[in-house]
Design a protein around this ligand. Structure first.
Ligand code: SF4
Length: 323
């Protein structure tokens, strides 16, 4: 049995302009110790899928269908009190912008020690000692002194290290990292992602990495799910997806990665058009207005995710004839 099984998850949001179907019939599994990357453009539904797991959708969001089974329990039927106990304990989340996730008026020590004190029932001094160990583990020097510092005294990379320390505090079985390095420069990004990957491997925790960066996927993920318009359009192992992308959207994403051996002065490839307006989703395949292979059938039939090779899934009704 997988550690996490998401089955037919659908999430909608009530907005001033109408109801938005942000996630539509999404299913995937994550095993213990595995890193799954969820890739897609803004608005593809990847972050909403992740937030649904911990039911952090806010008042406007509704999970209208599906199951989220974690460690054998459907989280969607648990009372809020039980979900609160799971958050930060068995499932931890790392957000994109640590400055808005850390409390600016509390010291780093208090923020790292709190989940340990709360969930592990330690005394405050024991929790602080453990916080110091965690700060060391994420390679922040002078850990004891740093416990008394405030978030604004840390650089962006250091703040993200603190977020990782907080996420690891209770040795969670699942860590969800939503674009954890988007706000950081490239060298710091690599350090943070390597740190996150090594520490999750050490704990045998599963990691869901939400990203729009295919470079990150290639280096750190075991498996990849590509999302477009609220649905998974392709999923495979990272190695297989890179070698043999089988969906036109994935193919477009791959083609738009700059290469070192490209012709000097040549134009970067892009995917024509814009991501869909979720309030006015195209009928049939949501990608059809941008797809170079679109056929008449694509405008009417909604593609379902089907296994096209062992462990390689694709949702496309019109691509069969040309692949
Ligand atoms: Fe393109 Fe049609 Fe496949 Fe959609 S279903 S990705 S429009 S070929």
């Amino acid at each position: 049995m997988s550690l996490l099984s998401i089955n037919n998850l659908s999430v909608s949001f009530q907005t001033d302009r109408g109801v938005v179907q942000a996630v539509d019939q999404v299913s995937f599994d994550v095993d213990a110790g595995e890193t799954l990357a969820i890739v897609g453009e803004s608005g593809s539904g990847k972050s909403v899928t992740a937030l649904s797991i911990l039911q952090l959708l806010g008042d406007a969001g509704t999970i209208s269908d599906g199951q989220i089974v974690f460690d054998g329990q459907n989280l969607l039927v648990l009372p809020e009190k039980d979900i609160r106990n799971i958050r930060g304990d068995r499932i931890a989340m790392i957000f994109q912008e640590p400055m808005s996730s850390l409390n600016p008026v509390l010291t780093i020590g208090k923020q790292v020690a709190e989940p340990i004190w709360l969930h592990r029932k330690k005394t405050w001094n024991e929790a602080l000692d453990q916080a110091e160990e965690l700060i060391k583990k994420v390679s922040i020097p002078d850990a004891r002194q740093r416990l008394d510092a405030y978030p604004h005294q840390f650089s962006g990379g250091m703040r993200q290290r603190v977020m990782i320390a907080m996420a690891l505090a209770c040795e969670p079985k699942l860590i969800i990292a939503d674009e954890p390095t988007t706000a950081l420069d490239v060298t710091v990004q690599a350090q943070i992602l390597s740190l996150l990957k090594n520490l999750t491997t050490e704990l045998n925790s599963a990691l869901i990495l939400i990203t729009h960066d295919l470079g990150v996927v290639a280096r750190y993920a075991d498996r990849v799910a590509v999302m477009y318009g609220g649905r998974i359009v392709e999923s495979a192992t990272a190695a297989e997806l890179y070698k043999h992308p089988k969906h036109p959207y994935t193919e477009g994403l791959m083609a738009s990665i700059p290469t070192l051996d490209g012709e000097p002065g040549s134009r970067l490839q892009t995917i024509e058009g814009q991501p869909p307006d979720l309030l006015h989703m195209p009928a049939g395949c949501a990608f059809h207005p941008r797809c170079p292979y679109a056929a008449e059938i694509c405008k009417h039939a909604k593609p379902l995710l089907k296994e096209v090779e062992a462990n390689h899934f694709r949702a496309c009704v019109g691509y069969e004839s040309i692949s």
